[in-house]
Design a protein around this ligand. Structure first.
Ligand SMILES: [Zn+2]
Length: 313
């Protein structure tokens, strides 16, 4: 299996959209030109759903007509040849407009829905959430401090100061996540850690942001050492996943440990342990150990190691 196929199996991945659709000059959102427009309404980590259907409520331009103010706040995500998709962040709308939209459906957290919605829908909603989040964090120009305004038919925010006019585009934060494994006379085992804020008994692969001046592999070496005191080598890229809740691109690796003594060197993890392949089924069965949720790349990395599918080249 190639990297693309592995990444496409991750939730929020595999979205195929034309992200640079041609629009007629002077066209404005909400003016259907024969093709369909679908508006995804985002509120923090939540998406507007049609609860009866159990699906996201993709509003048409016509459905938005009663909620004025909408035309200034749409973000064009792209089109699939039949429909143009827009994100609308409710957090930046006038209260009256936001209240109008809230009345059309029910806001639901996106992440718990990732396992049940079709993969393409999950990826589209994650994309919308990421863009909406970035827009909410880019309300003022980082260069001159003036307010920004969305540019129609793009993802850009433009500084409203005529003397500046800086264009701001969505940023993605690169992060690495690594499943560290080791094999010796005690058998095969993997290194998992947990943060204090996680659900009880959940252990996951080591992760962290790539810092300036680092390759992703440099970050693997540094983060594993900082967080667990373990030295690693034989770092193998596995797949990637966009993670909409932190605007991150998770770069997934496996790595082989060259030491086994765990020392929690920083305050990132409250615990880290080695788990042998042989003991894992019983630990899961008894509830002593819980694995990361199915929609996470961490689970994908673990499953690959557990089933003997760690790349060797
Ligand atoms: Zn500016």
């Amino acid at each position: 299996m190639d990297h693309y196929s592995r990444s496409a199996r991750n939730a929020f991945s595999g979205l195929i959209l034309n992200r640079k659709p041609a629009r007629p000059a002077g066209d404005a959102p909400g003016t259907d030109q024969g093709e369909r427009e679908a508006y995804i309404i985002v509120k923090g980590d939540e998406i507007l759903f049609d609860e009866l259907l159990g699906e996201p409520l993709l509003l048409s331009a016509r459905m938005l007509e009663g909620c004025d103010g909408i035309r200034l706040e749409t973000m064009l995500l792209g089109d699939d040849g039949q429909t143009s998709y827009f994100a609308v962040s409710i957090d930046r709308l006038p209260e009256r407009t936001a209240r109008c939209l809230s009345g059309l459906g029910s806001f639901q957290p996106l992440r718990p829905r990732a396992a049940t919605l079709p993969p393409h829908t999950t990826a589209l909603l994650g994309y919308a959430r990421s863009v909406a989040s970035w827009h909410n964090q880019t309300r003022f120009c980082s260069l001159c401090g003036h307010p920004t305004a969305p540019r129609p038919f793009s993802l850009a925010q433009v500084c409203t100061n005529p003397a500046c006019g800086m264009e701001h585009y969505p940023r993605v934060n690169p992060a690495m996540i690594v499943l560290v494994h080791h094999e010796d006379g005690e058998g095969e085992r993997c290194l998992l850690g947990r943060q204090s804020g996680w659900k009880p008994r959940v252990y996951s692969a080591v992760s962290g942001y790539v810092e300036p001046g680092e390759s992703a592999e440099d970050a693997v070496l540094r983060e594993v050492l900082e967080e667990t005191g373990i030295h690693v080598t034989d770092i193998r890229y596995f797949c990637s996943q966009p993670w909409p809740f932190s605007n991150s691109l998770m770069l997934g690796f496996h790595a082989r440990a060259t030491s086994t003594r765990i020392r929690l060197n920083d305050e990132e993890l409250e615990d880290a342990r080695w788990f042998t392949r042989a003991e894992i089924p019983a630990l899961l069965e008894s509830g002593v150990l819980a694995l990361p949720a199915a929609e996470t790349i961490s689970r994908h990395l673990f499953d690959a190691w557990y089933s003997g599918r760690v790349p060797t080249t």
